[in-house]
Design a protein around this ligand. Structure first.
Ligand code: F3S
Length: 106
């Protein structure tokens, strides 16, 4: 599966959603996740994300390991998003921030 990682938090640009052929993205208040049961590992979303938040699970950095399970867990709880929309209003201010994990709203 592919995994949305920390860089997405508080940004939610949603460019990824527009290219997904299987509608595997689910939307929370300030983060998107990929449903591992739906993802076909095509990888077309990877270059779409302006903050490079999406990785193949085999490329998941060790310090972001928890995002594998987070995507799976939150995908069940959150609704599907099938169309791109405006990013969060202050997305650009958060794009380069590190250590955003505590800011994830579930
Ligand atoms: Fe998030 Fe990047 Fe998609 S910021 S919403 S994973 S384009």
């Amino acid at each position: 599966t592919h995994v949305v990682t920390e860089a997405c938090i508080r940004c939610k640009y949603t460019d990824c959603v527009a290219v997904c052929p299987v509608e595997c993205f689910h939307e929370g208040p300030n983060f998107l996740v990929i449903d591992p049961a739906a993802c076909i590992d095509c990888g077309v979303c990877i270059p779409e994300c302006p903050v490079e938040a999406i990785v193949d699970e085999k490329d998941l950095p060790p310090h972001q390991a928890e995002y594998l399970e987070l995507n799976a867990t939150l995908a069940v709880q959150w609704p599907v998003i099938t169309q791109s929309r405006e990013p969060l209003p202050d997305a650009d201010d958060w794009a380069d921030r590190q250590d955003k994990r505590a800011l994830l709203s579930a």
